[in-house]
Structure formats: structure tokens, C-alpha cells
Design a protein around this ligand. Structure first.
Ligand code: HPA
Length: 265
């Protein structure tokens, strides 16, 4: 599926006509990190289901709405609910959220996610600033007919995780996010391979959004919450419940950290 620029404009026009103000910054909320959105003040919500051409959310704990509001002195738009390839979306469809943000005119986006800890120095509850990613699985979201209005066919990714934003956020670990398509958690052998290849954390999201942002020149900051040690590290079985529990347990601390970054952005 390959859509022209006008397809994305139609979504953006709908949202622009209803948004209460011009947002400066965007936050994409990862699984189990939704509670942050509850802190946003003076909110206006727009359901994904009402936005023309926009994908629907299939994940139970992803709300599926845009939340406009204020926090830490900034005008924000939060995407509560994100799209993953494991839900069955085409990689090309995964460009839509970031292209919408670009058309809404934000000057930067913070991409958050829950991830498994591959680096043995990490612990559940730690936060990692993403310095770079490795995506050896699945297609590029930018494949197919290039939409020139967003960016060039061949585009640079060396500054994809914007160095200036990383520097602002760096009070935690910094490392490489390794994309795996899921929905199954990785095998212990895959995690050993990922560690040898240079991954510090592993997860099923974010990279398609980061690539879309690099293509259209939107600065981003990527933050991973380590919700569990990756498969094989402790020998314990992995579960979605563990991811949600850790996400909920560090929700308040993570929100405080995010707010401190928002103030400086
Ligand atoms: N693997 C992949 N994705 C994840 C994990 C994991 O261990 N934890 C949270 N998201």
C-alpha cells in the first residue's frame, strides 16, 4: 500500500480543524506508559477512529487517541496508542503517525517504548536513551513510491536520534535499540545474537517511526523503559503481564523524568 501526499493531508486537515492550539512537541506513548497522558492539563482528545485515513488501534491497552494539552509549560500532542507490525499493519502504514505529527507542525517528537534489557548492566525499571537502532527484520516503512513532499528517496540516518536532544535527556543509560517484529518474545539464542550484534535493549516498536522522522526531517528523542530482562538472562519466562507491571510500577518516576526533559526542550 502506497499513498500520495494528499492521503496524509486529509488526516492532518481533519485534526488541524479541531485541535485547540498549535502543539510544539509530540510524545508517542509506549505500551504500559499510558499513565503519563493522565497528567496532561486542559486536554482535548481526538479519537483515531474519527480521523480520516488513519489506522485503527488493535492493542487492548492502547487507547487510540490524540491528546492535546499542556504539561511542563509546553503545548503537547500525545499519541496514546501506537501501531506495531505484529498487529498486521503493512510497514508502509506505520509512517502515518509521524507524518501526521510532521504535518501538524511539531518541532520534535519523543518516542517512548517498553523494551527488554539485553545489556547485562541494565535492570528492570531503568530507562535508556536510544542512541541508534538496528533493524534487520521486516521491510522499511519508506519502501515503494517515494513521497517527495516528505523527503528524498535516499535519506541519511546518522543523526536520526537527534544528538542535541539525547544530550538534554542523558541522565540515564544510553544504548542501541534492536528491533524484533514479535509478537512472540525472542528466544534466548536470539538475545545472545542480539547482544553480540550490539543491541542493548530489544523491542517491537519505534524504529518505523524513527525512520519516518528521519525521512521528513523531524528531530526525535527515543526513550526505552526496561520492563524486563530479555529472554534467557534470568531464565524466567517472559510475559506481557510482567511488561505491564513494571511499566505501571515506574510510571510516576518515568513521568517525572519526561516532564524534566519537556521543560528543557
Ligand atoms: N522483547 C521485545 N519487546 C519487549 C520486551 C522484550 O523482552 N519487553 C518489552 N517489550
Amino acid at each position: 500500500m502506497n499513498e500520495p501526499y494528499e492521503f496524509y493531508l486529509k488526516s492532518a486537515d481533519y485534526v488541524r480543524a479541531r485541535m485547540p492550539f498549535q502543539p510544539e512537541l509530540a510524545v508517542i506513548l509506549g505500551s504500559s506508559l499510558g499513565p503519563f497522558a493522565a497528567e496532561v492539563q486542559n486536554r482535548t482528545e481526538i479519537a483515531y477512529a474519527d480521523i480520516p485515513n488513519f489506522p485503527r488501534c488493535t492493542v487492548a491497552d492502547h487507547a487510540g487517541k490524540l491528546i492535546f494539552g499542556e504539561l511542563a509549560g509546553k503545548r503537547l500532542v500525545c499519541l496514546s496508542g501506537r501501531f506495531h507490525s505484529y498487529e498486521g499493519y503493512d510497514f508502509e502504514q506505520l509512517t502515518q503517525p509521524v507524518r501526521l505529527l510532521k504535518l501538524l507542525g511539531v518541532r520534535a517528537a519523543i518516542l517512548t517504548n517498553a523494551a527488554g534489557g539485553v545489556n547485562l548492566n541494565y535492570r528492570p525499571g531503568d530507562v535508556m536513551v536510544i542512541s541508534d537502532h538496528i533493524k534487520l527484520n521486516g521491510a522499511s516503512p519508506l519502501r515503494g513510491q517515494n513521497v517527495e513532499d516528505f523527503g528524498e528517496r535516499f535519506f541519511d540516518t546518522t543523526r536520526m536520534y537527534t544528538p542535541e536532544l539525547r544530550a538534554l535527556a542523558l541522565r540515564v543509560h544510553e544504548g542501541v535499540y534492536f528491533f524484533m517484529p514479535g509478537p512472540q518474545f525472542e528466544t534466548p539464542a536470539e538475545i545472545r545474537a542480539i547482544r553480540i550484534l550490539g543491541g542493548d535493549a530489544v523491542g517491537m516498536s519505534t524504529v518505523t517511526e524513527a525512520l519516518t522522522a528521519a525521512h521528513c526531517g523531524l528531530p526525535i528523542l527515543g526513550l526505552s523503559v526496561i520492563t524486563n530482562m530479555a529472554a534467557g538472562v534470568t531464565g524466567a519466562a517472559l510475559s506481557g503481564a510482567e511488561v505491564n507491571e513494571t511499566g505501571a510500577a515506574i510510571g510516576a518516576k518515568f513521568s517525572a523524568y519526561l516532564k524534566s526533559i519537556l521543560k528543557e526542550l
